[in-house]
Design a protein around this ligand. Structure first.
Ligand SMILES: *[C@@H]1O[C@H](CO)[C@@H](O)[C@H](O)[C@H]1NC(C)=O
Length: 263
């Protein structure tokens, strides 16, 4: 049970009184390999960053901006040398953050594990989250979505992608107007193009799918019950629920050669 291995240590955090804290978690993936996840919470900015290097060499960063209700997935994919592309590709995918899919930055900053070298497996696997991205966000305008887009996505030379329906929902809930700042053209709608894996035309745009899995993350809190000094029953945060979630990002790649992993 995860709550035996993790505590939300209020006292420790109060004594040290920092606003950022990093947790390093060893996670077993499907292939039996261990992936090392670094999770950093910044309570001042109200953000969480989860980062790991896959065994295939890709580097995945999940960044959650709780204030803007936005999450950014930045993925670096290594080039395939035998196919003549040696430069890594870098993409950013900006999606709506669904509240209750990750514990708060405050709870995250207080999370400590009793045995840091243990290899973790999640308690629950969530269903795959599929994102069909039909907008490109200009790096200079990304700040209207989240002030962190510029820092996180400045190296995403292969594109910063988002989904119009996501942005409409966020703009409603935060009373901001994004849509006028980010333009969409039918050329960016994945369903208007052949799948990269099916097309033999290497010179045209195609719909590329990139999949990744967040192998372990704290997806909720567990509560314990006890009695206070007056004998009243109280409930308090005493641990976490852990989940795994795979994600599928479908977007328009300029060329089939920009989507070599999708066969
Ligand atoms: C945490 O966020 C604050 C406010 O955005 C920022 O000034 C600070 O540098 C951040 N700390 C770290 C370690 O990133």
């Amino acid at each position: 049970m995860a709550h035996l291995h993790f505590c939300i240590c209020m006292l420790l955090a109060a004594l040290v009184s920092y606003t950022t804290a990093q947790l390093i978690v060893n996670v077993r993936n499907k292939g039996g390999e261990t992936v090392v996840e670094k999770i950093l919470a910044n309570t001042t900015a109200d953000t969480v960053t989860l980062e790991f290097l896959n065994s295939d060499g890709s580097l995945v960063t999940q960044f959650i901006d709780f204030k803007s209700e936005v999450q950014i997935f930045r993925i670096y994919v290594l080039g395939e040398e035998e196919l003549g592309s040696t430069k890594p590709q870098a993409m950013c995918f900006i999606t709506r953050f669904l509240r209750n899919d990750f514990i708060s930055s405050d709870a995250m900053s207080k999370l400590r594990q009793k045995n840091p070298t243990a290899i973790r497996t999640p308690e629950e696997e969530k269903e795959m989250s599929i994102h069909s991205l039909d907008l490109m966000v200009n790096l200079d305008k990304g700040h209207v979505l989240s002030p962190h887009v510029f820092n996180i996505c400045s190296e995403a030379t292969d594109g910063i992608f988002a989904q119009e329906t996501d942005l409409r929902t966020i703009s409603k809930s935060l009373a901001k107007d994004y849509i006028t700042l980010i333009s969409s053209t039918s050329e960016l709608v994945p369903s208007k193009h052949p799948r990269c894996r099916d097309t033999s035309d290497i010179g045209r745009p195609c719909a590329c799918e990139l999949r990744t899995c967040i192998g372990w993350y704290p997806c909720g809190l567990k509560y314990c019950h006890g009695k206070d000094t007056g004998g009243r029953v109280v409930s308090y945060r005493c641990g976490i629920k852990t989940c795994k979630r795979c994600l599928s990002f479908v977007y328009v790649a300029k060329l089939k050669t920009k989507c070599l992993w999708d066969f």
